[in-house]
Design a protein around this ligand. Structure first.
Ligand SMILES: Cc1ncc(COP(=O)(O)O)c(C=O)c1O
Length: 356
């Protein structure tokens, strides 16, 4: 079976992990610090604060901005649930606006109508590795004095007008094994704001600047040295990984027939965390057909966040037709750097063979 994703780890990562085990320093030490510095350089930002996951990076960003009960945060319903949950954890309220038909990202034209006196932030998600329209979003945020928290968990290295995802507002990244680079579990908050970085560092480590002196109520969202060591090696390979994903995506885009292929909007650099096609009729039949031909696929996401039972129980009744339709029509094909040329041909043949 051609897998939908594989973490690409080899002897370099193994050696780095063994060095940590031999060192005896296992949590948030020199390797995490080196990883933070290198990731900040990669994103062209001043600060990167490592966390235990993308979810805790998002929650740290929400808390560091002082967003909590009574506040509203405008976001997309077409994402992994953590984007919205991070807002809910401290009892702020996610407000969903519909997505753009082509990029699957939040539709910036719908944001202003959703702003109320309680709105504190916009939380765009650079879904599948395609950057959001950050010019429009930053402009709305500036005019309404709103914070921008970018969920860049799928978008390491993506750019909008040459600027990196995660460097416009407060960026949040995930290093889960399926992501474009991994630390097993892991995350990072990125920012150019010194004070925000300081608060984020306090939040992720029980509010301590000095050991056992707690300035605020914080959490244990620390990254381990094992994660930091893997992250340093993976970050060194990220440019190659992205180049391979883009090559694979271009190969598929040139050859696939009869399906809607992913778009790369002008001035955007897509990093193809997912290569997501769209099938107006027969998506599930195509997925079955591909499985029978040894090709794994993924549906990201089969149910938008506002339609999840957990959100229905909270009283969400939104009707967001573009996101709801997309959830019935999207299908992600393997695009990862582990694919051999013959795998790409198998995928093309599988899709183009006709399945209805
Ligand atoms: C868009 C998005 N946001 C948030 C997350 C949460 O990241 P993590 O799984 O590292 O907690 C993920 C990844 O799983 C994601 O894809």
């Amino acid at each position: 079976m051609i897998p939908i994703s594989v973490p690409l780890l080899n002897d370099e990562e193994k050696r780095a992990v063994c060095e940590v085990l031999d060192s005896g320093w296992l949590v948030q030490g020199p390797r995490v610090e080196a990883f933070e510095k290198a990731f900040a350089v990669f994103c062209d930002v001043k600060h990167a604060i490592a966390t235990s996951s993308g979810t805790t990076a998002l929650y740290t960003a929400v808390l560091a901005h002082g967003i909590g009960a009574g506040d509203e945060v405008i976001t997309t319903p077409f994402t992994f649930i953590a984007s919205a949950n991070a807002v809910l954890f401290d009892r702020a309220e996610p407000v969903f606006v519909d997505i753009d038909e082509r990029t699957y990202n939040i539709n910036p034209h719908l944001i202003e109508a959703a702003i109320t006196p309680r709105t504190k932030a916009i939380l765009p998600v650079h879904l599948f590795g395609h950057p959001c329209d950050m010019e429009a979003i930053m402009d709305i945020a500036a005019r309404h004095e709103l914070v921008v928290i970018e969920d860049a968990c799928q978008a390491h290295g993506a750019t909008f007008r040459g600027q990196k995802a995660g460097s416009f507002g407060t960026g949040c990244f995930s290093f889960y094994p399926t992501k474009n680079m991994t630390t097993a579990e892991g995350g990072v908050v990125t920012t150019n704001d010194d004070e925000l970085a300081d608060r984020a560092r306090l939040i992720r480590n029980h509010g301590q600047r000095r050991r056992y002196f707690h300035e605020i109520v914080g959490y244990n969202f620390r990254m381990t040295e094992i994660q930091g060591a893997i992250g340093l090696v993976q970050l060194g390979k990220l440019k190659q990984f992205i180049a391979a994903r883009r090559r694979n995506a271009q190969y598929l885009t040139r050859r696939l027939r009869g399906v809607i292929i992913p778009c790369e909007a002008p001035d955007c650099r897509h990093v193809y965390h997912q290569y997501t096609i769209r099938v107006a009729d027969g998506r599930d039949r195509l997925a079955d057909h591909l499985r029978q031909h040894g090709i794994a696929t993924g549906i990201y996401y089969p149910l938008p966040v506002h339609k999840q039972v957990a959100y229905q129980q909270l009283g969400y009744t939104d009707h967001l037709p573009v996101a709801e339709r997309a959830s019935h029509e999207v299908l992600s094909l393997p695009v990862h750097p582990g694919l051999a040329p013959k795998d790409l041909d198998t995928i093309v043949e599988g899709v183009n063979a006709g399945w209805s």
